[in-house]
Design a protein around this ligand. Structure first.
Ligand SMILES: Cc1ncc(COP(=O)(O)O)c(C=O)c1O
Length: 418
């Protein structure tokens, strides 16, 4: 063996693998509506102009040296104000930790809390928790959710698994489903965590919640974002929030994320990330601080951005509803937040014109890719069973026109199946 067991058994991102195959087809000149990657095409979804100007300004001002390990003070202060004013959560500057996007913060949460062999409970489908379990040596406990509850976990789903667990990893709005916690479901889960922690002896590690709310500003219609500490303030010592600008400001490549939570955990996360050096570039931090303080610019950006994302999601959703009404074995869940539509292509057992019988969700996604030139990701890439015929359709990388055009091709591909 030439590398560590951890490295040897590491699996790459299934989504990036699939996207690589799609990109190879695009490079060959195929016209594909690519709904695979949870990213934005900057020509369709540029970052806010004020943020872009702020970044070049900060470089011109010479902010090119090391930032402090926990983030520049002006950004941590801006996050305090932003989080208080927009979410009603009050955390001091020293409990805010900034990093190069939110990924290092999720990883640092695992490393700060989880010992090898500890139980980490998370719902499926969900994004990347399996990989963070692997990196930290945690024992993953995956809880299957159901379309009947928009693929969000309920208290009944998680209750049997919390005894002795170290971490419950939750996300809302959820990648890959674009759905969100109802107030009642999240309250009931919070109550389970409170009850579980009451059973733990003095000095025993408590059960924590990792609450990934990276998409919280991207919600549609009357849907409301809920979070554990607003619902149950007594959970404050047990919740680590993951947040940042990647998704809500279409700034995935700018790499500014932040987390907040109990001092004792945040201090350890800061030390871990200090050694890793996973800081956000200093100029980007300063520009983000200035942008977060521009209340009107943030609101104008979010308004236009959400309208654009929602339009694409609605076209897809309506398209799937129409196909369903016309008798095809498809379905979709009304988009609530983020940049994703949950869509069902219930095609297992159907035979293609080439005589091939579709079995797994991977077979289905390849058929749709080949025949409809529509690239989607099966929920099996997010930990769900390969037999589940549900898929993530991500709209940030495709124009409205190309999404509209793909629906006709999808109909033709469905028509050809027996
Ligand atoms: C739920 C969720 N959390 C975190 C991230 C990572 O965000 P970042 O680009 O800030 O590292 C993603 C990215 O896809 C995500 O979907």
């Amino acid at each position: 063996m030439t590398v560590s067991k951890m490295a040897q058994n590491l699996i790459g991102s299934e989504i990036i693998k699939l996207a690589g195959e799609v990109n190879a087809m695009i490079a060959k000149g195929e016209q594909i509506c690519n709904l695979t990657i949870g990213d934005f095409d900057p020509s369709l979804y540029p970052i806010p102009g004020e943020l872009r100007a702020g970044i070049t300004e900060a470089y011109a001002e010479g902010h090119t040296n090391y930032p402090p390990a926990n983030g520049v003070a002006v950004l941590r202060k801006a996050v305090v104000d932003f989080t208080r004013d927009r979410l009603g959560l009050t955390y001091p500057e020293n409990d805010i930790l900034v990093a190069g996007g939110s990924r290092p913060l999720i990883y640092a949460t695992y490393l700060a809390l989880v010992d090898p062999g500890d139980k980490v409970v998370f719902p499926t489908p969900s994004w990347n928790n399996n990989h963070y379990c692997h990196l930290s040596g945690a024992t993953p406990v995956m809880v299957e959710t159901s379309p009947d509850n928009n693929f969000m976990p309920t208290a009944a789903d998680v209750a049997p698994h919390l005894e002795g667990a170290t971490l419950l990893a939750l996300c809302s709005p959820l990648n890959p489903t674009g759905t969100m916690f109802s107030r009642k479901d999240l309250e009931e889960i919070c109550d389970l965590v409170i009850a579980e922690n009451k059973t733990r002896a003095e000095g025993e590690k408590p059960l924590y919640i990792l609450y990934d709310q990276i998409y919280w500003m991207l919600t549609f219609g009357n849907t409301e974002h809920y979070d554990p500490v607003n619902l149950r303030p007594e959970l404050r010592d047990y919740v680590i929030y993951i947040d940042g600008i990647s998704k809500c400001f279409a700034a995935t490549g700018v790499r500014v994320g932040y987390a907040f939570g109990p001092t004792v955990v945040m201090d350890k996360m800061k030390s871990i990330l200090g050694h890793v050096g996973a800081w956000a570039p200093k100029a980007e931090q300063i520009a983000t601080a200035r942008f977060l303080h521009q209340v009107d610019a943030v609101d104008v950006f979010l308004d236009e951005f959400k309208t654009q994302v929602r339009e694409s999601l609605d076209v897809l959703y309506e398209g799937f509803k129409e196909l369903k009404n016309d008798g095809y074995s498809v379905d979709a869940i009304e988009p609530m937040g983020a940049i994703y539509l949950s869509a069902k292509l219930d095609l297992a057992g159907k035979t293609t014109p080439g005589g091939h019988t579709l079995q797994t969700s991977k077979d289905i996604s390849f058929y749709i890719l080949e025949e409809a030139k529509l690239a989607v990701v099966p929920f099996s890439a997010f930990g769900s069973d390969a037999s589940l015929g549900w898929f993530r359709l991500s709209v940030g990388g495709a124009s409205l026109d190309s999404i509209q055009a793909s629906l006709g091709r999808l109909r033709a591909a469905l028509q050809q199946l027996n």
